[in-house]
Design a protein around this ligand. Structure first.
Ligand code: NAP
Length: 381
């Protein structure tokens, strides 16, 4: 039986798993942040936010029309304007991206024919799909650190109507090509990336709107987002260390403001707590030794039947132990599927599932947690 007891390691009680808050670092450095689509309705707000924010260095706006850029973006000693058409994979494009450390793309086109298509010369497939391929190819692996691309919740989850509209000019196919180019580039050039799956963007409506963020690509519109909030989300994604987070779905929250971006992103990147045992008293050192012995003996523990479906590795940590679930690949490599991080906190043992993006239980996770609770119950009673 599990309950409060005051002997041995100290009594414990079960707590509910939750997402808490762990600080994420904000780090852009002094390098160049390039904004593509910088004279667009969202892109111009990204540039403004970067310039008013002290965390980034030089900002380079990639635009097609210099006069439009000067009118919309003004002048600033940290702002550079570079005139390029991303359809042209030429020296100008390469030069404007060669020293980029961070790239934010708000490149876009309309879903149905408009003057933006320039009679087909600048169709979504050409401007956004192939254009993003050209951009990614021009990035320098040694320089580029982070790529943030503003995409849509519908890119990979098209309703019937969207599928029909896509047949006209491939607006969503183009965004899928752009996302794919960013993902493939990350594997090749080693940068981090975040795909922002935005819902419908709007400029009108009540001036006050907060932002909510869901992890992953939720694939459906939760609440329309003001462009200034979409821009803020892109900039925050570029400036923060989001670790394993590569897909987010922001949405608008009516009648609220987003005052604390730290809290919003902390909640997003916090690994979910899958077990919490609170103690009335705790001998940490004694507990940690016991934990390591217990974890190391897990593979041969007869109480685990059937045995765990995948092998795992136990590593001691400063706070407890980390159980990494692994898969050995055909070429002998070791792939980490995820991990359970068991930490001894102030007066609790807390188990978090890593990475933060892993929503579902690891193979054998429930058996391990059950055994942990049973073993502790035996030890403390
Ligand atoms: N609109 C929505 O409701 C919605 C919803 C979800 C997601 N999104 C995503 O958000 C992105 C931005 O949306 P938005 O409404 O801000 O778009 P926007 O106002 O149409 O801006 C698009 C930008 O792309 C630039 N561009 C187009 N072709 C180019 C080319 N060949 N070379 C260089 N630049 C080029 C445009 O340049 P110019 O200024 O010279 O025209 C413009 O700055 C969209 O692409 C989409 O991925 C939009």
């Amino acid at each position: 039986m599990i309950g409060f007891v005051g002997i041995g390691f100290g009594g414990f009680r079960l707590g509910r798993g939750s997402r808490g808050g762990v600080c994420v670092s904000a780090s852009a450095g002094d390098g160049v942040t390039v904004v593509v689509g910088a004279t667009g309705r969202t892109g111009k707000l990204v540039v403004k936010k970067l310039l008013s924010d002290g965390r980034s260095g030089k900002v380079r706006a990639l635009v097609r029309d210099e006069a439009k850029a000067r009118e919309l973006l003004g002048t600033n000693e940290r702002l550079e304007v570079s005139v390029v058409d991303v359809k042209e994979k030429d020296e100008r494009l390469e030069k404007s991206l060669a020293d980029a450390e961070t790239l934010i793309s708000c490149l876009g086109s309309t879903a149905i024919p408009s003057k933006d298509w320039e009679g087909g010369k600048n169709s979504p497939i050409r401007a956004v799909g192939l254009g993003m391929g050209n951009i990614i190819e021009s990035l320098t692996p040694e320089k580029i650190r982070k790529v943030v691309v503003l995409s849509s919740v519908a890119t990979r989850n098209r309703s019937f109507i969207f599928k029909l509209v896509d047949l006209i000019g491939g607006a969503w196919t183009a965004m899928e090509m752009a996302e794919d180019a960013v993902i493939a580039g990350a594997a090749e050039k080693g940068y981090e990336y975040v795909v922002v799956h935005a819902p419908v963007l709007k400029d009108e409506g009540p001036p006050v709107q907060g932002v909510g963020i869901k992890l992953g690509d939720v694939g459906k519109s939760i609440g329309p987002l003001r462009r200034e909030n979409a821009a803020n989300v892109c900039v925050e994604c570029a400036l923060r260390d989001l670790g394993d987070v590569v897909d987010i779905s922001p949405y608008g929250v009516a009648d609220e403001t987003t005052e604390d971006w730290d809290v919003l992103f902390e909640e997003l990147t916090e690994c979910p707590v899958v077990l919490k045992l609170e103690f009335s008293s705790l001998n940490k050192e004694k507990f940690q030794n016991w934990l390591l012995d217990w974890a190391s003996a897990l593979p041969t523990n007869s109480a685990l039947f059937p045995p765990l479906p995948v092998p795992f590795r136990v590593d001691p940590t400063d706070e407890g132990a980390r159980l990494a679930f692994i898969r050995v690949t055909v070429d002998g490599g070791v792939l980490e599927l995820g991990a359970l991080n068991i930490a001894l906190e102030e007066s609790a043992l807390v188990v978090r599932r890593e990475p933060a993006t892993r929503e579902f239980a690891l193979p054998g996770e429930r058996d391990i947690l059950r055994l942990l609770v049973e073993s502790l119950d035996r030890v403390v009673n």
